[in-house]
Design a protein around this ligand. Structure first.
Ligand SMILES: [Zn+2]
Length: 151
């Protein structure tokens, strides 16, 4: 079923560290770019992605090229997620059925044979479970939500 809350797609500047993994965990189709800016703009345009960057020049250039771009001001991931949420309505709730592989962006499939807390990536085959990789999800997302509400 199409989930309209998660229709946004992002292209994340490599400068923003692990933000890309968080967007994927939240179920948003997000890719990393650390190549040259011209190709980044082409890709964003072709795939209808919102460019997230801290680079003011790139931001201005993207806007002038008619692309959707957002200039990140915050430094930590909670703050960044909160900023994106305030601007684009990013959903800060973790949904076990709408989550993506933090490594490769593939959709994660719940491993029904074991429990609902385990996932396998459709694309790279990596396994995830609550308590390992996803341990601090709730804490970080709650902090992001608090920041969003306090605005
Ligand atoms: Zn994967």
């Amino acid at each position: 079923m199409e989930d309209n809350i998660r229709h946004l797609k992002f292209l994340v500047d490599a400068m923003l560290g692990n933000l890309v993994s968080w967007l994927r965990i939240l179920g948003y189709d997000s890719i990393y770019w650390d190549g040259d800016d011209e190709k980044l703009l082409e890709k964003a345009s072709r795939e209808n992605r919102i460019i997230l960057t801290k680079d003011r020049e790139l931001y201005i250039y993207a806007k002038r090229s008619g692309l959707e771009a957002f200039l990140i001001n915050e430094c930590n991931v909670e703050g960044m997620l909160s900023e994106i949420s305030r601007n684009y309505g990013l959903c800060l709730d973790f949904d076990p059925e709408q989550t993506r592989c933090p490594v490769c962006n593939g959709m994660l499939k719940i491993d029904e044979s074991r429990s609902r807390d385990r996932w396998t990536c459709n694309d790279c085959g990596k396994h995830y479970w609550i308590g390992s990789h996803f341990r601090n999800i709730t804490k970080t997302l709650n902090e992001a939500k608090e920041k969003t509400q306090s605005y």
